[in-house]
Design a protein around this ligand. Structure first.
Ligand SMILES: [Zn+2]
Ligand SMILES: [Zn+2]
Ligand SMILES: [Zn+2]
Length: 137
């Protein structure tokens, strides 16, 4: 099992350390995006700076992406295997107003927006708010 995670890290050019494998495992076990505070609660006695450094390394190597869902805390989610974190990989996110979980809707690309002249598109953050299937029950 751990060797699978090692392979995922190596495929992204990240040296697999014990800490990195732990964080990857945690992100992998969740269907929703996690904030640094969510992660902190999963690990005892792990320095926040260590977590930040780990997440930064993951992000730099396109293993995870950041989501600003307007809840105040930046959240992180695993990228698809072939993700290059380019514009064409941007997808819509869904924030449940009840459980406050944020989900990646990977199959729904961020809609193209025609900008006025001289406005250059760099990135987009598309968050839909509503009620998730779990909270609908
Ligand atoms: Zn990505
Ligand atoms: Zn919910
Ligand atoms: Zn996402």
């Amino acid at each position: 099992m751990n060797s699978d995670f090692e392979k995922i890290l190596e495929n992204r050019g990240i040296k697999p350390t014990a800490m990195r494998i732990l964080v990857l495992k945690e992100l992998h076990s969740q269907s929703e995006a996690m904030s640094i505070y969510d992660l902190e609660q999963k690990f005892n006695k792990v320095e926040r700076t260590t977590l930040f450094r780990t997440l930064n390394t993951f992000e730099e190597n396109n293993l995870i992406h950041k989501i600003d869902d307007g809840s105040g805390a930046v959240k992180y989610a695993l990228c698809q295997e072939n993700c290059t974190c380019k514009l064409e990989d941007l997808h819509v996110h869904f924030l449940c107003m009840k459980c406050k979980k944020t989900f990646c809707l990977e199959n729904i690309p961020v809609p193209f927006v025609q900008l006025p002249d001289n406005f250059e598109f760099k990135t987009a953050n598309f968050v839909i708010k509503g009620i998730c299937p779990q909270c609908h029950k």
